[in-house]
Design a protein around this ligand. Structure first.
Ligand SMILES: [Cu+2]
Length: 666
């Protein structure tokens, strides 16, 4: 086939190429940039003609640049086609930047079938919003709260320029669930991978998304997540690949919790001596929307009956996101939780959910009435809209694992063409009790890897047992791991370790275990310390991490969802009480799920196995943001000597800044 541009230049395309190019256009359209795009580039004026076979060796590279108010997207696509698996590929560059001169052609050999670079520009700023009908400053991205959804395809290279438009705060963005293989400096953890971005400055995150799945991006500096700095990062399968399940449509649920007190004040409270607790959140948000001073379900027992009914017109910032569906279809719902405290349970009344993905990994499908989502976890579930099409149904989110004092977050599954505001006839569904630990455990233990998922090595080279306790350290209330409360250093570990800057952090290795006679049912108040030492792992070794829960100072043992950066791990076991040698034999090495976040339940343990095959410095921490800031985390270093020269942009602070200045000309 031949494409003729509006200046009459003939461009060769194969059928597959056209498919790809039209997919780009479809993608652009789905992002609602089509109008401007077509206006600028006159894409629709292209004519298509059939032509000779020889062009089947041809590949394409398409650049585009689209402006939509605050967001600029540049994309480069290299398209190529393999003929009978012969490795002959060509690459053309088709420049669609206005004025869309399509004659700019460049040919070079490439050996990728499809590689895309997606450029995004994210500006982080404070804005006034009323996510739960009460106005306060929130962290917005490109003027949106929650931050806009980023979509990519497996194999894409993301180039994301983050600009800090805050007045006094530093910022960094973590791409949660992306392993950052080969790009540990783009992990977005301030003090670990990079120096935080200063007000007015920008940092470009470049990384590859190497597997499809449901991910998130969120602030990883201070308590920024609690102020609303989060959004979806969705990676589709690569072109030509298929998901192992079918669905007709998709929608996303981003679950979070919301305080009326800004995160900055909360951070000061948590760091105060004596300690000041921030309390439970005021509202649960679904896609950044919740109702504090009114209720969608007036008069029902599960709602807070002291609130008046909400009278939404739909444009209010706290009006719920209605989920519109057609009857007799299958929908994929991507669910993530970014809560600061507590975990959540999702129910779609009258509909069962089939879980097919957890943390960006496929799982053996299983069906549930309600779904537990711990903070940092992501799931995909499938639902069939096979209920009475004349009704709408409640979508409800309740708190688990913390005292249930806030009403559930509600929205509506709207069967079209019913009115969105037709309230369901039944009362909102009841969630499992917040302290129904058996329910939580049963759910977690139902997750197994989809057949064909890589299995863990049979044996681990090293076992690190991590005891979680809280303490008074120098009069400050802190969490600790093996009695060390993590205090992040001002120089990022990655640079410090790469350049051998020994004063940047504590050089003593942290403890690998805790005292044998420690009674996990009896809280220990004293003898913990502050620290920031690093567990150095030998490259390519298999490591077992045992999270050991214990009773806290208030004689209560809460659940903690732990998130690992840079790697997925296999969840090889959960158990009650204290982990012991005899538990090793019972670990599941047959079909454990691969995840990046896993909970350790009250008074129990969780065993995780992973292969330390990704050079970098990686945080492993409780994803309850208030716990991390109070010291509940550890740092691993893996094969940093194997890394090439680090990009200096993220190292302009602390001792690495000094080091780079000294070595500028050497
Ligand atoms: Cu925790």
């Amino acid at each position: 086939m031949v494409v003729r541009d509006d200046q009459g230049y003939l461009l060769y395309l194969t059928l597959n190429m056209i498919k790809y190019v039209s997919l780009f256009v479809a993608e652009v359209e789905s992002l609602r940039w089509a109008t401007e795009y077509t206006k600028q580039c006159g894409w629709r004026r292209l004519e298509w003609e059939t032509d000779a076979k020889e062009v089947e060796k041809v590949g394409w590279k398409v650049n585009w640049r689209i402006r939509n108010n605050n967001m600029v997207v540049n994309a480069v696509a290299k398209l190529s086609l393999s003929i009978n698996r012969a490795s002959v590929f060509d690459e053309f560059s088709l420049d669609l930047i206005p004025p869309c001169n399509m004659g700019k052609i460049l040919a070079e050999k490439v050996n990728v079938a499809l590689e895309m670079k997606k450029h995004y520009k994210l500006e982080v700023e404070y804005m006034f919003r009323a996510p739960d009908c009460i106005e306060r400053p929130v962290l917005a991205v490109n003027g949106q709260f929650p931050a806009p959804t980023i979509r990519a395809r497996r194999g894409d290279t993301m180039v994301i320029k983050v600009t800090n438009r805050l007045y006094t705060d530093e910022v960094s963005i973590h791409w949660h669930g992306i392993r950052q293989r080969g790009t540990p400096w783009a992990d977005g953890t301030s003090s670990i991978a990079q120096c935080p971005i200063r007000p007015g400055e920008s940092f470009v995150y470049r990384f590859k998304v190497d597997k499809p799945g449901t991910f998130i991006y969120h602030g990883h500096h201070g308590l920024h997540r609690t102020d609303g700095l989060y959004g979806f990062l969705i990676v589709e399968v690569a072109e030509g690949e298929k998901e192992p399940f079918h669905y007709d449509g998709e929608f996303n649920l981003l679950l979070s919790d919301w305080w009326h007190r800004p995160a900055h004040e909360q951070q000061i409270m948590l760091s105060a001596k004596p300690f000041r607790w921030v309390g439970e959140p005021q509202t649960l948000l679904i896609n950044g929307r919740g109702q504090y001073n009114c209720t969608l379900a007036p008069g029902y027992a599960t709602s807070n009956s002291s609130y008046p009914p909400c009278n939404f017109k739909g444009h209010e910032q706290c009006a719920p996101t209605i989920l519109n569906v057609l009857p007799n279809k299958t929908y994929r719902i991507r669910v993530v939780s970014v809560t600061g405290l507590g975990s959540e349970n999702l129910i779609i009344a009258n509909h069962t959910m089939t879980v097919v993905e957890a943390d960006g990994n496929y799982v053996e499908p299983f069906t549930v009435d309600n779904l537990d989502v711990h903070t940092g976890e992501s799931y995909s579930v499938l639902i069939s809209t096979n209920q009475n099409p004349n009704e709408n149904y409640w979508v409800s989110v309740g708190v688990i694992a913390r005292p249930f004092i806030i009403p559930p977050g509600l929205t509506i599954l709207n069967y079209l063409p019913n009115s969105a505001w037709k309230l369901p006839i039944s009362q909102p569904p009841l969630h499992p009790r917040w302290d129904d630990l058996e329910h939580n455990k049963n759910f977690t233990k139902s997750i197994f890897a989809l057949k064909g998922t890589p299995k863990p090595p049979r044996k681990a080279h090293r076992r690190i047992v991590l005891l979680i306790t809280d303490h008074l350290v120098d009069g400050y209330t802190k969490w600790a791991v093996n009695k060390v409360s993590l205090v992040l250093p001002s120089t990022p570990y990655l640079g410090a370790i790469k350049y051998g800057l020994k004063h940047a952090f504590d050089q003593r290795p942290p403890p690998e275990n805790f005292a044998n006679d420690y009674d996990i049912m009896r809280p220990a108040y004293g003898n913990a310390t502050f620290g920031n030492g690093v567990y150095v792992l030998d490259f390519n070794t298999t490591v077992d991490l045992i999270l050991q829960n214990a009773n806290a100072m208030d004689n209560f043992s809460g659940s903690h969802p732990w998130h690992f950066h840079g790697h997925d791990f296999w969840v090889v076991g959960h158990g009650e009480g204290k982990f012991s040698e005899k538990d090793v034999k019972k670990l599941n090495l047959k079909n454990p799920p691969l995840k990046n976040t896993e909970v350790v339940f009250s008074n129990g343990w969780t065993a995780l196995r992973f292969v330390a095959d990704n050079p970098g410095v990686w945080l492993f921490h409780c994803h309850l943001e208030h716990h991390l800031i109070m010291g509940m985390g550890v740092v691993f270093s893996v094969g940093v000597d194997r890394l090439p020269e680090l990009p200096p942009e993220g190292l302009a602070c602390g001792l690495t800044a000094e080091f780079l200045m000294r070595h500028k000309h050497t």
